[in-house]
Design a binder for this molecule. Structure first.
Ligand SMILES: Cc1ncc(C[n+]2csc(CCOP(=O)(O)OP(=O)(O)O)c2C)c(N)n1
Length: 338
């Protein structure tokens, strides 16, 4: 796919980096598959929106971010959280509504957050991340410590008016902000072609923001575009807009059939076509070029499987969330009481 006005980085990730990208993508994939299965078995207390098929986007972007950089996320946020270095066990416990969860079990799947890692939170309100990202990026600019912000959002979210306000101030104030539109072709059960007019990237071009339109299933393409964007933001060059094309393999949320009552909004052949473009399998193929590579890949796969099993066990064995916290965590402490 074509690059727009931003110059793509000519750098390529080293082989060690590519192995690390593969491991992170696989961790996200196996986590999401396990959540899919646990949901099907009726073991989860709430809804989950899974990121299967889109792993390369969060992974390729977050590879350039440190703990002090920040991200905003979406209702489909597990992949962003894990790519940014969030701990798997406490995310699982959060999804299971346990007190060992990253938000003490009070937020659940759609609110996984860890401020110590710059993860400003998944968010059930579509498009809510724009204004949060603008505020975080403005604070990072004022602090002058080289921190930057990546704002993940979907193609559906790009129809929210706050995107225009955020593009405007980001461009005007040269905010250290990377917009990452995850174009997975659907907004709930509506194909993008039925709810989104024109090209999303043109909205950013109108504000003179450098742009990349990339194959979001190619982790190297994502890594390259993100490197250009992050380097520009850190150097004080302002925002970049990345439109990454991918596909939502799972339903909008698990158990979507309950909502649809037998109606269909896409063909299974389309899903199969996109499964054949799997970003995780594609990266594995790039790495598998000999016996030594295969041993390394198997190590990674065993490590990931063990991590997911351990996280699920941790979540299942943890104490349920404390209902008393619902009142104490809801409000910030009274200034006078501090
Ligand atoms: C403000 C708001 N409007 C509507 C919804 C209902 N809703 C939840 S997810 C979703 C679709 C979002 O699509 P997109 O931004 O493309 O993200 P994706 O689910 O494809 O990752 C909608 C409309 C919501 N949660 N918040």
């Amino acid at each position: 796919m074509s690059d727009a006005t931003g110059a793509p980085s000519r750098d390529a990730p080293s082989r060690d980096v590519l192995f690390a990208l593969y491991e992170r993508m696989l961790l996200i994939r196996r986590t999401e598959e396990r959540l899919r299965d646990e949901n099907k078995a009726g073991n989860l207390p709430g809804a989950v929106h899974l990121y299967i098929g889109e792993e390369a986007i969060a992974t390729g972007v977050c590879a350039h971010l440190g703990d002090s950089d920040m991200i905003t996320s979406t209702h489909r946020g597990h992949g962003h959280y894990l790519a940014k270095g969030g701990e798997l066990k406490s995310m699982m416990a959060e999804i299971w509504a346990k007190r060992t969860g990253i938000c003490k079990g009070m937020g659940g799947s759609m609110h996984v957050a860890d401020f110590s890692k710059g993860i400003l939170g998944a968010n059930g309100i579509v498009g809510a991340g724009f204004a949060i990202a603008a505020g975080a990026a403005y604070s990072a600019k004022l602090a002058k410590q080289g921190r930057i912000v990546a704002d993940f959002f979907g193609d559906g979210a790009s129809n929210q008016g706050t995107l225009m306000e955020t593009l405007n101030v980001a461009s005007l104030w040269h905010l250290p902000l990377v917009f990452v539109c995850e174009h997975n072709r659907f907004s709930e059960f509506s194909p993008a072609s039925t709810v989104t007019s024109g090209e999303i990237v043109d909205r950013a071009r109108a504000f003179r923001i450098p742009c990349h339109v990339i194959d979001g299933n190619d982790v190297v393409a994502v890594w390259r575009a993100a490197k250009d964007a992050v380097d520009r933001a850190r150097a004080g060059g302002g925002p970049t807009f990345i439109e990454a094309h991918s596909y939502r393999i799972q339903g909008h949320l698990e158990a979507e059939d309950l909502f649809l009552g037998g109606q269909r909004y896409r063909e299974s052949s389309e899903i199969d076509d996109w499964k054949a473009r799997c970003p995780v399998a594609r990266t594995r193929k790039q790495l598998d070029s000999g016996t030594a590579d295969q041993a390394r890949l198997h190590d990674i796969e065993a490590r990931v499987a063990a991590a997911v099993d351990a996280a699920v066990q941790f979540a299942q064995e943890s104490e349920p969330a404390d209902p008393e916290l619902a009142s104490t965590l809801m409000f910030a402490a009274d200034e006078g009481a501090r």
